[in-house]
Design a protein around this ligand. Structure first.
Ligand code: UDP
Length: 346
């Protein structure tokens, strides 16, 4: 099935492209290369010359996206292209709203207008557990019906776009031209493809696992734990780290199993939480390096503890994480980053 992957040159988007290509689909990756990389596009083009193509454009460029959808007869859109740093969204919320919402609407216009106004049939949105904010008592692990109350502008951009998508799906239903809409609320995505072709290359890098690995490999002198006074067993925040290949498997399943006319939201996380200290211990075990760690203040916008209740996604999509051992997840990230000290520019 021809599929448009927005943000296809980014970390998760490129892994999604790879998975779809492995499954035999035609894939059109669209990216403005603001934070995405040309290199994974070239690698995928080389590996799958007849199935893969790349469009250099903004997600919100309705004309370019409509043309790509029409030209490649695209029926399914996976939308990854967004800004995705909690801290940055606190610093510059308007940029986040403009990019993640206004540009997203430009994409939806294209999805609506394409195919002579018939529009596309399937939309899979990269949402986030950040839409839950700090879940109320009794809601951890977090089920999909947990109240959504973000603690950051980033979380709000994802929540607002979920609402926009639901309203759009309702419009399509009313027009008797229904769409299959899936919103996947990711927990913390980590690791990289186990063949070593693709990896995680962010500038700036702020995510815990790659930052810790940079400290282990000497790319940075030390790293910081943001807050050690949280009400958790060791005082640091707890997150659910899902391997990127398991995450993209959830997309592949949603594409196959969510039916036209359905609107579904699923959490994607392994169902187990690790504290920041536990993650750093894992990086030290995997790398064999006891790097320097400073304890600093809390980072604005961080939720205390978030890990998934995977009941719904298991029951509905038959999804279950295959890689649940944290050292195994960290090893895939470590192997790629060690071999690519300057990311894709190596
Ligand atoms: N974190 C940290 N030091 C770092 C980066 C992250 O202590 O250098 C913490 C952060 O405060 C959060 C957790 O690690 O509690 C995961 O953060 P990350 O940025 O990886 O993902 P997020 O949960 O914000 O999506």
């Amino acid at each position: 099935m021809p599929t448009l992957v927005t943000g296809g040159a980014g970390y998760i988007g490129s892994h999604a492209c790879q998975r779809l290509l492995r499954d035999g689909h035609q894939v059109i990756a669209l990216d403005n290369l603001f934070r995405g990389h040309r290199a994974p596009m070239d690698l995928l083009s080389h590996a799958y010359p007849r199935q893969f193509s790349f469009v250099h454009a903004d997600v919100g460029d309705t004309e370019a996206v409509t043309a790509a959808i029409n030209e490649h007869e695209i029926d399914t859109v996976m939308h990854f292209g967004a800004l995705a740093y909690v801290g940055e969204s606190v610093e510059d919320p308007l940029w986040y709203y403009r990019n993640n919402i206004a540009m997203g609407i430009g994409l939806l216009d294209a999805c609506d207008q394409a195919h002579d106004g018939r529009g596309i049939s399937r939309f899979i949105f990269s949402s986030s557990c950040a839409t839950y904010g700090d879940p109320p008592e009794g809601m951890i692990p977090v089920p999909e019906n947990c109240p959504q109350s973000p603690t950051s502008p980033y979380g709000y951009t994802k929540l607002h776009f979920e609402h926009i998508l639901k309203d759009y799906a309702t419009k399509r239903q009313r027009e008797d031209n229904p769409i299959a809409l899936t919103m996947l609320r990711y927990f913390n995505v980590a690791g990289s493809d186990r063949t070593g072709m693709l990896g995680e290359d962010h500038t700036p890098e702020t995510h815990l696992i790659p930052v810790g690995i940079d400290a282990a490999t000497g790319k940075r002198d030390s790293m910081s734990i943001f807050g050690t006074d949280y009400p958790t067993p060791d005082g640091t925040c707890i997150r659910d780290y899902v391997h990127v290949e398991d995450l993209v498997d959830a997309h592949a399943r949603a594409m196959e199993r969510v039916q036209i006319g359905e609107v579904q939201a699923f959490n994607v996380g392994i169902g187990k939480g690790y504290s920041v200290r536990e993650i750093l211990d894992s990086i030290k075990r995997v790398s064999g390096v006891d790097f320097a760690v400073h304890e600093t203040d809390r980072r604005a916008g961080d939720a205390i503890a978030l890990y998934n209740d995977p009941t719904k996604i298991k029951a509905t999509l038959g999804w279950d994480a295959q890689i649940t051992d944290i050292d195994e997840i960290v090893t895939t990230a470590y192997t790629w980053l060690k071999g690519h000290p300057n990311g894709y520019a190596t």
